[in-house]
Design a protein around this ligand. Structure first.
Ligand code: ZN
Length: 339
């Protein structure tokens, strides 16, 4: 079997610390190179302490009755074109999908996940995501039947203001285009070139190697393998890869349920760490057999009274990603949540 290089570089900063009577100290930083994309990530060792739990009650009270609340969702949100989705909106259980009034590309939809205006991280149930993902996938299926050029899709969630969401009410973004995003292109190019060189899919090999190493592999739920990224592109990054699928449109009920369970498990862990905001993306890329469907979930700096953005000049202007958690420690801590 081909080998995958987990390359690390050690950096060290020496200084005299006022916290230790101005003695000399060394602060290490580990630079990790992603085996597929070759992007560098910095693992920093001095994460900021939690500022405690944020009380959402006032924010939820002030913003309730939004466009996504049950009394408005069928009267104040857009409808799909009749030639594409004649019924106007797609619903499963409590989830409602419709076009985004403020799209950023060819096809942009919103899926409202639940009737509740606000949910804390421990209040998301697997069924909420089963319904939401099922609506998202049906929108993608119907759109692809209408326009076969719309091949590159992601199903994402931006939760709370630090995650980039202006609306508190839990919802997904479903975005499709004839061209891939940067990230999809990096995944696609890396996966194709690995496949050409080795004759096997990178993702299959990665999962097997991570299973053998045991340091970053969390668990499998049916065909979904959950693991922690070696070189994370965000805080507390948890990944899932779905064996035998590259597109979300081929997923069956069992795979959707496994994705939903993994998301909910990750959110429970985030809550335990007093985090409250997150993003995830499911990358649906038509490039089988080299690619295997990937979901990445990351936490964001929690919402707090004074705004703190966790993307500094490092991430925004140097394209160098940082993580304040050692991936192997994250894996050890999060395993018990994946039950
Ligand atoms: Zn609402």
């Amino acid at each position: 079997m081909p080998t995958i290089d987990f390359e690390r570089l050690h950096l060290q900063s020496d200084l005299r610390s006022p916290l230790k009577g101005f003695e000399s100290i060394s602060v290490p930083t580990e630079v990790r190179i992603d085996p597929l994309t070759k992007r560098k990530s910095r693992i920093i060792t001095w994460g900021l302490p939690s500022k405690g739990r944020f009380d959402f009650s006032r924010m939820a009270e002030e913003s309730k009755g939004c466009f996504f609340c049950p009394e408005n969702v069928f009267s104040k949100t857009p409808r799909f074109l009749e030639e594409m989705i004649p019924e106007g909106r797609i619903c499963t259980g409590n989830a409602v999908g419709f076009p985004n009034l403020s799209p950023v590309g060819t096809y942009g939809s919103v899926v409202v996940l639940c009737r509740e205006h606000f949910l804390g991280l421990t209040q998301f149930a697997p069924e909420t995501y089963v319904e939401g993902l099922s609506v998202a996938i049906e929108i993608i299926r119907r759109t692809m039947a209408f326009d076969s050029e719309s091949r590159y899709w992601h199903i994402s969630q931006n939760f709370l203001l630090p995650g980039g969401s202006t609306i508190l009410h839990p919802h997904l973004q479903v975005i499709g285009d004839p061209i891939p995003t940067n990230e999809m292109e990096w995944l696609l190019n890396g996966s194709s070139s690995y496949y050409k060189t080795n004759g096997t899919p990178y993702w299959k090999d990665l999962i097997q190697i991570e299973q053998e190493l045991g340091k970053r592999y969390i668990t499998s739920m049916g065909k979904v393998h959950w693991f922690v990224a070696f070189a994370p592109i965000g805080f507390n990054e948890v990944c899932g890869s779905v064996e035998g699928h590259g597109l979300v449109t081929t997923l069956g009920k069992e795979e959707i349920a496994s994705l939903a369970r993994g998301i909910v498990s990750t959110l429970k862990y985030f809550d335990k760490k007093e985090l409250n905001s997150f993003n995830f993306s499911i990358y649906s890329i038509p490039s089988e057999p080299s690619y295997q469907l990937l979901i990445r979930i990351i936490s964001r700096t929690p919402i707090q009274p004074y705004y703190l953005n966790d993307w500094t000049s490092f991430e925004v202007l140097q394209s160098e990603l940082t993580s304040n958690v050692v991936p192997e420690e994250l894996c050890r801590e999060i395993r018990p949540y994946f039950v």
